[in-house]
Design a protein around this ligand. Structure first.
Ligand SMILES: [Fe+2]
Length: 291
């Protein structure tokens, strides 16, 4: 894929310590347009309480800079945090986009949560469903979506100028890769997707969706293709078979993410809460032995 390394969008990142998620505001260098990649809505799950401090910080940043929000990009249906895309969209406009295979994710989790027919499994909650190789613009900034499944079937990496937003396809070099054991995940597919990202030019800046500060180091979220190729602990010097074995063994030891149950119900609806029941209140379900 062609990457224009001379076009360098300004990336401002917001770390959410509750979920170790990094949200990015990407500004077109040639206009006041911007995009938000992977926003976070705050939830106190024990109390069933939702707040918007993290999203408000992003909204305040965009307003203070006088930027226009063109896109709200979801790299995938997150299982560890809730998206705030609709909340930010109501404040600032913009279109919400995700990978076309969201329909597979909606089908799987629509069944697991026994959603009724009012829950559409056609991706219509989103403004745009990206196919592999689709292009779009943030102001004048040319952007492209690359299908990078494996962690989930709908994962996309978004290339914007010299920057690529990899979602959970990769972690920082000392963090390796994300799990591939959720429904629809596949370690072999994840390897193939990582190779697609690592085929970008070495100087391409890579921005992570998560970092857990392995071995006590400070939280970081930016690296390059060259750094990942040379040093990623799950990839560098490994074969596809070795990666699959390593990933599968590690996934077998991982507990479910703390917020997977609320996250999926919200994120498969593009970040909206389930509709109110006949009491007028909104509820999240907990399927017993469903995951
Ligand atoms: Fe994820």
């Amino acid at each position: 894929m062609q990457v224009d390394l001379s076009v360098k969008p300004e990336v401002t990142s917001f770390f959410d310590p509750a979920t170790n998620t990094i949200s990015h505001v990407v500004k077109d260098p040639d206009s006041d347009a911007c995009a938000v990649v992977d926003s976070v809505m705050d939830i106190d799950y024990a109390a069933g309480r939702i707040t918007y401090d993290h999203a408000d910080e992003i909204i305040a940043h965009i307003r203070a800079r006088g930027l226009m929000l063109d896109w709200l990009i979801e790299t995938h249906v997150h299982a560890d945090h809730l998206s705030a895309a609709p909340y930010i969209q109501r404040a600032l406009g913009g279109r919400i986009g995700i990978g076309r295979n969201i329909t597979l994710v909606q089908d799987t989790f629509g069944k697991i949560f026994n959603e009724g027919t009012e829950f559409q499994r056609d991706g219509s909650q989103f403004d745009r469903l990206f196919e592999d190789g689709d292009s779009y613009r943030v102001g004048r900034l040319a952007c492209r979506a690359i299908h990078t499944p494996g962690h989930t079937p709908a994962c996309m990496t978004h290339v914007m100028g010299d920057a690529a937003f990899v979602g959970d396809t990769l972690f920082m070099p000392d963090g390796g890769s994300a799990r591939a054991d959720f429904p629809g995940g596949d370690a072999g597919q994840l390897w193939d997707s990582i190779q697609k990202v690592l085929a970008l030019p070495d100087e391409t800046r890579l921005f992570m969706c998560h970092d857990y500060g392995p071995n006590g180091r400070d939280i970081r979220w930016e690296t390059t293709v060259g750094e990942e190729r040379a040093h990623n602990i799950h990839i560098a010097g490994k074969t596809r078979e070795e990666f699959i074995a390593l990933r599968t063994a590690r996934d077998a030891t991982l507990a479910m993410p703390r917020l997977i149950i609320p996250s999926l119900q919200v994120n498969m609806r593009a970040g909206e809460l389930p509709p109110p029941d006949d009491s007028g209140k909104r509820f999240l379900k907990v399927p017993i032995d469903g995951l």
